[in-house]
Design a protein around this ligand. Structure first.
Ligand SMILES: *[C@@H]1O[C@H](CO)[C@@H](O)[C@H](O)[C@H]1NC(C)=O
Ligand SMILES: *[C@@H]1O[C@H](CO)[C@@H](O)[C@H](O)[C@H]1NC(C)=O
Ligand SMILES: *[C@@H]1O[C@H](CO)[C@@H](O)[C@H](O)[C@H]1NC(C)=O
Ligand SMILES: *[C@@H]1O[C@H](CO)[C@@H](O)[C@H](O)[C@H]1NC(C)=O
Ligand SMILES: *[C@@H]1O[C@H](CO)[C@@H](O)[C@H](O)[C@H]1NC(C)=O
Ligand SMILES: *[C@@H]1O[C@H](CO)[C@@H](O)[C@H](O)[C@H]1NC(C)=O
Ligand SMILES: *[C@@H]1O[C@H](CO)[C@@H](O)[C@H](O)[C@H]1NC(C)=O
Ligand SMILES: *[C@@H]1O[C@H](CO)[C@@H](O)[C@H](O)[C@H]1NC(C)=O
Ligand SMILES: *[C@@H]1O[C@H](CO)[C@@H](O)[C@H](O)[C@H]1NC(C)=O
Length: 896
């Protein structure tokens, strides 16, 4: 799709590499290929089989291709929930100059200001610019903040109230530090493979559990007055090769391409993003990887058609840090904000900033596209009430010192940078409750709860105690020393303190007058054996860690290399249980681990999964061990006996003959329990499983049909693109102000020459590309059939059936039961059962409670690639209710 006859068909990878490396001398032919890759997809070298409209089926993913879709949809001023915010945003944007609008879309550069991401400001109107800060579990790079349980841990509570409360409290803490955008929650990775390094930041490989968790988290964060940035959109399922780069063993490797068919996209990976959009997420972060061979942040199909079109997303798309790989192409493909702004950290150059100004005044990008980006950013701002809540950042990501540089990279602006504002309030209480409620009891031969009168308690395991360097002693938690309460990477916060299991159990035992000894060196066999022989109760703590790929821990480059327990923990359990017939195992882990070597041992009398519980780890596990909290958590994933049971492996090594490792998601929707069910593999502990100190029974299933109208596709035309500005194209108006104090390597919107090519600093400037058909067309556009409101066609949420069942507590203590509703859609390519709803009920001994759940149209539909809409198939559908994905005592056919 370019007019020049130059050939660059075999170096798409090369282009991406050079863009990242900012090696201008060689970037000639390759910028071209980046553009080709970005949007002119018909000449993509992999582009023979279209995927997308009309789709393909799983297993037909070779040569995966992402079709073009233009123009980028503009805000819908009548979108449900957004009308006021959009009106205010449009009024604000109308007042802005071209340079001011560019400022709002472009980060100032890495370490340019206080936050991990900061946009330019609008000083003329006293508008300070945006502060975006990690992470999905608390405020990163700050003191006096709380360390909440990780996403994949709170998911195990299956408790909407806990999801919301955690979101709200995290939002309050971000607000108190002066953050506008919290970079979380996470539903990508979803958790296709349990070894994926960042799975723990998200909730669950089940899209419904993830969808409910993300929606409640978004509402919580935004009710606190902070914009949620739901990330990483989309198919960012592994750390290896997530971005183009140089690797010691392989040389240059382009970003992995996650290749997925249209049905799997809709029924699995997109599902929780739709819930986040429906819940009003103000921002969505596009991810590092490619999808169907197109970089996601410039993938017009995924951003324009799916996210802004079909899902009706009204907020702004922000790039992951340096996930933008082109200028004009990403603008036309729907990106709204680039982070951290510089195309390579601290390079001083940007795909936007001056280049965005240029692309408007040279007529390549219509001004309505920039106006729309600015409107979306400001609409999110008004939606959550930032105009009422905003304060300036009172912390600095790059130093914990009180005084330092405002602009850390440039080392200028010395002054007060950290006010050490304590934003924690009494959040520790809810964190303790949430962590205990998220603990899953996997096995119990009557050993638990402990009574407090144990004669001789011994605690084993490095995972029980302190990190010798302190809880924050390894940058971004990049080590596995001491008890594990968080994974590693950017998805972390500093611990204000970390109550270790050993601290809490010691308190407990000491206050009961018992004795307690411990060994926290996993390899001190002599001492371990000696104490195991004496113990009446042995509690063994073990773990498995993972994180983000820029840190390698014990040879694990983000992704786990295997599913075994770390630090010889499996051997530790076997050795202790060989000498002690009452061995209780507690697992802190990022996901499933292999436990089959000891789970059936009669001496292992109890097993608990405690996830990554955050700062109150020890208190929460003591509450469960000593029976103050009756465990009610359920597994948000499956424990198997072998990594291969989960489906295709991650790609750890590039594939010969492909520049981008091709990761074909050929298993379709069959991940986690759906894979085990499909292949009839018996898991060790299934998805949804979890025991209690009491027992429950299920009875009395009732299904009633609810009258709902027919499903009608969204039809008609959108409004034309709103025209909010008509800026001059005279370059002399956008030159550097003579009186501006330039901060070194900072990204500004100004031009440094009236010669546009000189100002672009781009040898490829002005090459006469033909941009995709329709990319600049601001006229009314056809609406998308499956769209119509935030999250998709509103009729997808029509209730078609309502279900009730009776759950009875048959024991002698009060307990929580998570009643789960699954549906069999009945078709040959449907999962045996798929979760659709759940509720956590607290039930007194001997009493019953009623489980109520609605079944929506969406719950009983499949994605139809031909009509590009959701349809209810003719296959017989069955509803099941029970206590796990494999314990479903109640079922009934659904009659439509
Ligand atoms: C999808 O299929 C329908 C029906 O066969 C056809 O009318 C339509 O043009 C196709 N769309 C695309 C984008 O290929
Ligand atoms: C753009 O933002 C920068 C950084 O906040 C600021 O110095 C500059 O004045 C802004 N430019 C305009 C035109 O508002
Ligand atoms: C403009 O973008 C190009 C890459 O598309 C880059 O090489 C150049 O440095 C950028 N210019 C500025 C002024 O940041
Ligand atoms: C502590 O962490 C460091 C860094 O990962 C590692 O080299 C060391 O082995 C760890 N120590 C223990 C006792 O685990
Ligand atoms: C799995 O990885 C962990 C962490 O690096 C390591 O301790 C363990 O030895 C590995 N297990 C196997 C079987 O290679
Ligand atoms: C269980 O523990 C007892 C000591 O109490 C030991 O004699 C026995 O061998 C252990 N059994 C197993 C299977 O490890
Ligand atoms: C466990 O071992 C202790 C002695 O160490 C013994 O008193 C007790 O009966 C054993 N329990 C079982 C269930 O074997
Ligand atoms: C720079 O000059 C412009 C135009 O003369 C003026 O509006 C602006 O306030 C000045 N800025 C500073 C920082 O002095
Ligand atoms: C317009 O500006 C952009 C950004 O610098 C540049 O990439 C593009 O080549 C320019 N197009 C024309 C036709 O000058």
């Amino acid at each position: 799709m370019r007019k020049s006859g130059r050939s660059c068909t075999h170096d798409a990878w090369f282009g991406a590499f050079l863009l990242v490396a900012v090696s201008l001398s060689q970037s000639h032919q390759c910028l071209l290929s980046a553009l080709v890759d970005a949007h002119a997809l018909t000449v993509n070298k992999y582009s023979t089989t279209p995927i997308g409209p009309n789709g393909t089926t799983p297993g037909d993913l070779n040569n995966a291709y992402s079709p073009p879709y233009y123009p980028s949809p503009w805000v819908d001023s009548s979108a449900a929930g957004w009308t006021d915010a959009v009106a205010k945003a449009q009024a604000f944007v109308r007042q802005l100059t071209l340079l001011e609008k560019v400022n709002l879309t472009t980060g100032v550069g890495w370490e340019g200001e206080a936050c991990v991401g900061n946009t330019g400001a609008v000083p003329r109107l006293g508008f300070p610019g945006f502060c975006a800060q990690d992470s999905p579990l608390g405020v990163r790079f700050a003191d006096y903040v709380s360390a909440f349980p990780a996403g994949g841990t709170i998911a195990a509570s299956w408790d909407r109230g806990e999801f919301y409360r955690r979101g709200y409290q995290m939002g309050v803490e971000h607000r108190g530090k002066g953050v506008d955008v919290q970079l979380g929650p996470v539903v990508g990775p979803l958790g296709r493979n349990p070894k994926g390094g960042r799975n723990w930041e998200g909730f669950s490989p089940d899209p419904i559990l993830s969808g409910i968790a993300v929606a409640e988290t978004v509402k919580g964060i935004q009710d606190a007055g902070v914009i949620a940035c739901t990330k990483h959109y989309i198919l960012n399922e592994q750390e290896h090769f997530r971005s183009p780069g140089d690797f010691e063993d392989f040389g240059f490797v382009d970003a992995v391409s996650s290749n997925v068919d249209d049905k799997t996209l809709h029924e699995l990976y997109l599902w929780p993003f739709a819930d986040a959009v429906r819940a009003g997420t103000g921002s969505i972060m596009c991810s590092y990887n490619k999808a169907n061979n197109s970089q996601v942040c410039q993938n017009s199909y995924l951003q324009n058609y799916i996210l802004k079109g079909e899902l009706g997303f009204q907020g702004f798309i922000m790039s992951d840090w340096d996930a933008q790989h082109s200028g004009v192409a990403s603008t036309l493909a729907g990106l709204d904000m680039t982070m951290p702004g510089d195309s390579d950290f601290d390079s001083g150059f940007s795909f936007w900033g001056p280049n965005l100004t240029l692309s408007i005044i040279n007529g390549t990008v219509p001004e309505w596209r920039l106006d729309d980006a600015a409107t979306r950013i400001m609409a999110a701002y008004y939606l959550v009430g930032r105009d009422r809540h905003a304060i300036s950042p009172n912390f600095n990501s790059w130093s914990r010192d009180t005084y330092g540089y405002q602009h850390a990279f440039a080392q200028v602006g010395y002054g007060l940078i950290n006010q050490h504002v304590d934003v924690r309030a009494d959040h520790y209480k809810a964190i303790r409750v949430a962590s205990a409620k998220s603990t899953v009891l996997l096995k119990n031969n009557g050993a638990l709860p402990l009574k407090g009168n144990e004669k001789n308690t011994v605690v084993f395991g490095q995972d029980a105690g302190d990190n010798q360097y302190g809880p924050n002693g390894c940058a971004d938690r990049g080590c596995d020393n001491g008890t594990l309460a968080m994974g590693w990477g950017s998805g972390t916060s500093d611990f204000p303190y970390l109550v270790t299991p050993l601290d809490a159990i010691k308190n407990e035992v000491a206050s009961n007058g018992g004795i307690l000894q411990s060994v926290t060196d996993n390899y001190a066999w002599t001492q371990i054996v000696a104490l195991a022989q004496q113990a009446s109760t042995a509690i063994v703590f073990v773990n498995a860690d993972s994180g983000e790929g820029y840190i390698t821990v014990d040879g694990n480059m983000g992704d786990r290399n295997n599913l075994t327990i770390w630090q010889g923990g499996e051997t530790l359990v076997r050795n202790v249980s060989a000498y002690c017939n009452n061995t209780i195992v507690v697992i802190h882990s990022v996901g499933p681990v292999l436990v089959d070597s000891f789970s059936n041992s009669e001496n292992v009398t109890a097993i608990l999964w405690a996830g990554l519980p955050g700062q109150e780890s020890g208190n929460a596990i003591a509450d469960v061990l000593y029976g103050r909290v009756n465990p009610g958590g359920k597994l948000p994933f499956t424990f198997g006996t072998n990594a291969s049971e989960y489906g295709p492996d991650l790609i750890y090594e590039p594939i010969a003959g492909h520049d981008s490792p091709q990761d074909n998601f050929e298993e379709g929707v069959f991940i986690d329990y759906r894979a085990f069910d499909q292949k009839n593999i018996t898991p060790v502990y299934e998805f949804g499983f979890g025991l209690s100190y009491t027992t429950f029974s299920y009875s009395n299933l009732k299904v009633s049909k609810v009258a709902a109208g027919a499903y009608s596709p969204n039809t008609g035309l959108t409004q034309p693109a709103p025209i909010l500005g008509n800026s001059s194209h005279d370059a002399s108006q956008y030159q550097w102000p003579s009186n501006l104090t330039y901060v070194n390597k900072y990204i500004y919107p100004y031009l440094n020459s009236t010669n546009l090519k000189d100002a672009s600093h781009d040898p490829e400037y002005g090459l006469d590309y033909t941009y995709p058909d329709g990319a600049t067309d601001g006229s009314a556009q056809p609406k998308i059939a499956a769209g119509g409101g935030p999250g998709g066609n509103p009729q997808l949420w029509d209730v078609l059936f309502s279900v009730t069942a009776t759950i009875t507590n048959n024991g002698t203590v009060v307990g929580d039961e998570v009643a789960q509703l699954y549906i069999s859609l009945g078709g040959p390519s449907d999962p045996v059962v798929a979760l659709r709803n759940f509720d956590r009920l607290s039930i007194a001994p001997g009493k019953s409670a009623t489980f109520y759940a609605d079944i929506t149209r969406r719950d009983v539909s499949n994605w139809d690639t031909i009509s590009q809409n959701w349809v209810i198939s003719n296959y017989t559908k069955t509803v099941h209710v029970g206590s796990s994905s494999r314990k479903l005592p109640l079922s009934a056919k659904l009659s439509f």
